[in-house]
Design a binder for this molecule. Structure first.
Ligand code: ATP
Length: 362
């Protein structure tokens, strides 16, 4: 396993009385693409700024590359930050912007020019060096900001919502470019985002944060398939919930009665969260339920319901179905590979499901 580059141990941060970080413990590894994901105000930017050294800690230990960062100012840390607002100088040229960080570097002018050209090529801006920064598009400015950060060869690049000012198409393009860039340079990237899709697409691992704490730290697939709480499940993609009653429990299986689905056995690995003592429920993703065509048989289990809403999305169709015995409809999604089931609102339908796709929250 790669060695730790950032070690956070019981980090607390107060702004006056306000408790912004409430005991953050995590290890980020060398070469990892790591994301801090959470709703506005959960403390992700505060945590990033703490790592960068723009904010002090109230308590806890932060190590970067094995060194305690207490008392180490931002400019002496092996980190560099790329901001949402680009923070490039509009009156300078692209190469002046990128070379800005090297102004105190003892290298010769030629060596610096080579480094600037290399950094520009890395972000896909070869040949743009003489352009005026103010004449660039949003995506190009973001690349300049990236090149300027990378030219200093930090061990860790900190990215605070770097793509949020871009339109959807550009953002998706830059996401792919950032992943490629990170693989190419091999340094650790820590990305702050409130966009769960962005985090899932880009990250090796994600820390989901709520109210100053890490609620779950895992790879994207685990977060998606085995969220450890309803709150995480709800924040990542769409999750349906149905009330459930736990009938019996052994180390190998949990017998549950699920409203609208009936009785089934759940593997304890599908109950990854802590026992809260609240009412139990099961969650499942929209794509794990399937509308059955006339004459089609379910691979596993089957139940009945009434279609309440059909929403066509081109490649996908969403169906809101009220399962028999449940008041709230659940959302199903199906890929329109072979056309789509023609279902009118308020028609009866059969639905295939599988106990293996359920997650139990209790
Ligand atoms: P956003 O996505 O909106 O930036 P965030 O998760 O990054 O949210 P932070 O910016 O880390 O959240 O802020 C966490 C909390 O700390 C917020 O309630 C914020 O108001 C508060 N906060 C942040 N900076 C300061 C400050 N300098 N002084 C006082 N409170 C602050």
């Amino acid at each position: 396993m790669k060695k730790p580059i950032i070690e956070l141990d019981a980090i607390q941060k107060y702004y006056g009385d306000y408790h912004a970080l409430r005991g953050i413990t995590a290890t980020i590894r060398e070469g990892e693409f790591f994301s801090l994901l959470g709703p506005s105000g959960c403390g992700k930017t505060t945590l990033l700024r703490t790592i960068a050294g723009f904010e002090g800690l109230s308590s806890g230990v932060l190590k970067i590359d094995g060194r305690d960062m207490a008392g180490v100012p931002a400019n002496k840390r092996p980190t560099n930050m790329v901001f949402q607002s680009y923070a490039i100088f509009p009156h300078l040229t692209v190469e002046q912007n990128v070379g800005f960080g090297l102004r105190r570097d003892p290298r010769s002018r030629d060596d610096k020019a080579r480094a600037v050209a290399e950094a520009l090529a890395m972000v896909g801006l070869a040949g743009y060096g003489r352009r005026a920064a103010h004449a660039l598009s949003g995506g190009q400015r973001q690349r300049v900001a990236l090149a300027r950060a990378l030219i200093l060869k930090p061990k860790v690049l900190l990215l605070d919502e770097p793509l949020s000012a871009l339109d959807k198409k550009m953002r998706e393009q830059m996401q792919v470019e950032l992943i490629k860039l990170q693989r190419q340079v091999g340094i650790t990237f820590i990305l702050v985002t409130h966009d769960q899709e962005e985090a899932l697409v880009m990250s090796d691992r994600i820390a989901v944060m709520f109210e100053g704490q890490i609620a779950q730290l895992a790879d994207p697939e685990t977060l998606y398939r085995r969220p450890n709480s309803r709150q995480v499940a709800d924040f990542i993609g769409t999750m349906n919930f149905l009330p459930a009653t736990i009938l019996s429990e052994t180390p190998d299986r949990i017998e549950v009665e699920v409203a609208g689905l009936g009785r089934c056995a759940i593997d304890p690995a599908q109950a990854p969260g802590a026992v809260t003592g609240g009412p139990a429920s099961v969650g499942f993703r929209p794509e794990t339920l399937t509308i059955l065509y006339e004459g089609q048989v379910a691979n596993d289990r089957e139940t009945g319901g009434t279609v309440e809403e059909v929403v066509y999305f081109g490649d996908m169709t969403y169906y809101d179905v009220k399962l028999d015995g449940v008041d709230q409809p659940v959302r199903l999604s199906m890929r329109n590979v072979f056309g789509r089931p023609v279902l009118d609102i308020r028609t009866r339908t059969r639905v295939a499901w599988s106990p293996g796709a359920l997650v139990l929250f209790r």
